[in-house]
Design a protein around this ligand. Structure first.
Ligand code: DP6
Length: 341
């Protein structure tokens, strides 16, 4: 059914990035974005994407503004493909203007595709007149970027891989609230030598699936590690949580580095950050910090409120560290009130 509305319909939605504690890496269905393994993340505080969508009968094509600039063809195509899904679901054929603002650097390794597609899912579905539950929004956001399925929820979030071929059981759900572990901190270490992210993770991960000799082993070990990390979070077992975080990150990096051609996301500075975390733990004689990183050079150093000064001071001394930002578990995605631009 194609329904033409004579007046523009608009809506705004905001969402925060998330950092994967257990990574999604590899898909069983690329079109539906169905992962090979379940993943677990923390949605962060302070950072957010705000997106407004307006379906307008007077528009000759879709338009996208990213941080007040017309978007490049690559990101525009991703948004057009996503809007096509929403149009199909809502039975409309209008083009849309999309305006998206990040309060953090885009493509800096701070997961702007996760917050971006989560906010777009919320804004586009509402503007199209669809009334989706958070679970339905998570399924929809997944189609834009797998990690976006998790940014619909706040706190600690699990995206269950699911088994169905139609993807209906592949969505995220909140497992622990943002205030579950109030003194947990994510010190984001921004490195000056980070290159611009060139290849989307969705493409890079399929190279790993095809070529890394360790990928099959990773798939066997991830479910056990995910359950262990979930349990360490639930019981607030800090030593165990930090050890497991490092173990998972090292495993993820191993399959990336053994991909052909090799996926080497870290720079000299990022590697010095990982080494400094291990040194700090050795000196303290127990884990006070743990690291993780996604498909980029910036590093997320997890620690606790009381250790932030010592951890931060050590990391900021490393040549090539441009900045650090201290984040906490953050909120779920939500609509933006009308008038709040
Ligand atoms: C390493 O779902 O963000 O961050 O949008 O194509 O870049 P693209 O893919 P995306 O890939 C996430 C990969 C990861 C791990 C994770 O977030 O679980």
């Amino acid at each position: 059914m194609t329904q033409r509305s004579s007046r523009p319909r608009s809506a705004g939605y905001e969402a925060a990035p998330n950092i994967a504690l257990v990574k999604y890496w590899g898909m069983r269905d690329e079109r539906l974005v169905l992962p090979n393994n379940s993943s677990l993340s923390m949605t962060v505080s302070r950072l957010r994407t705000r997106t407004w969508v307006r379906f307008d009968p007077s528009l000759p094509s879709d338009r996208l503004w990213l941080n007040d600039r017309p978007a490049e063809p690559g990101p525009l195509q991703g948004v057009v493909d996503f809007l096509n899904l929403v149009r199909e679901e809502a039975g409309i054929s209008l083009f849309a203007e999309v305006r998206s603002l990040n309060n953090f650097p885009t493509a800096s390794g701070l997961a702007s595709s996760a917050s971006g597609f989560a906010a777009l899912a919320g804004a586009a579905s509402a503007a199209a007149g669809l009334h989706l539950s958070p679970r339905e929004l998570s399924r929809l956001a997944r189609r834009g970027s797998g990690s976006a399925s998790r940014s619909i929820f706040g706190g600690f979030v699990e995206w269950q891989a699911g088994h169905r071929t139609d993807g209906q059981d592949s969505y995220a759900r909140p497992v622990l609230s943002p205030d579950h572990w109030p003194d947990l901190r994510d010190v984001v270490v921004l490195v000056a030598d980070a290159p611009e992210k060139s290849v989307r993770s969705a493409r890079a991960m399929q190279d790993t699936v095809r070529t890394s000799p360790y990928y099959a082993e990773r798939l066997r070990t991830v479910p056990g590690r995910l359950a262990a990390i979930r349990s360490a979070l639930r019981t607030r077992s800090s030593d165990r949580f930090l050890d497991l975080l490092i173990e998972e990150c090292d495993d993820f990096r191993r399959v990336c580095e053994t991909t052909v051609p090799s996926l080497d996301y870290l720079t000299t500075t990022s590697r010095a950050v990982l080494a400094a975390v291990l040194d700090l733990n050795r000196e303290a004689r127990h884990p006070i910090a743990g690291y993780t990183h996604d498909a980029g050079a910036h590093v997320h150093v997890f620690t606790f409120h009381r250790h932030v000064p010592i951890v931060r001071a050590r990391l900021q001394r490393i040549p090539g560290v441009a900045d650090t930002r201290v984040l906490s578990p953050g909120p779920a995605a939500r609509p933006i009130r009308r008038g709040a631009a």
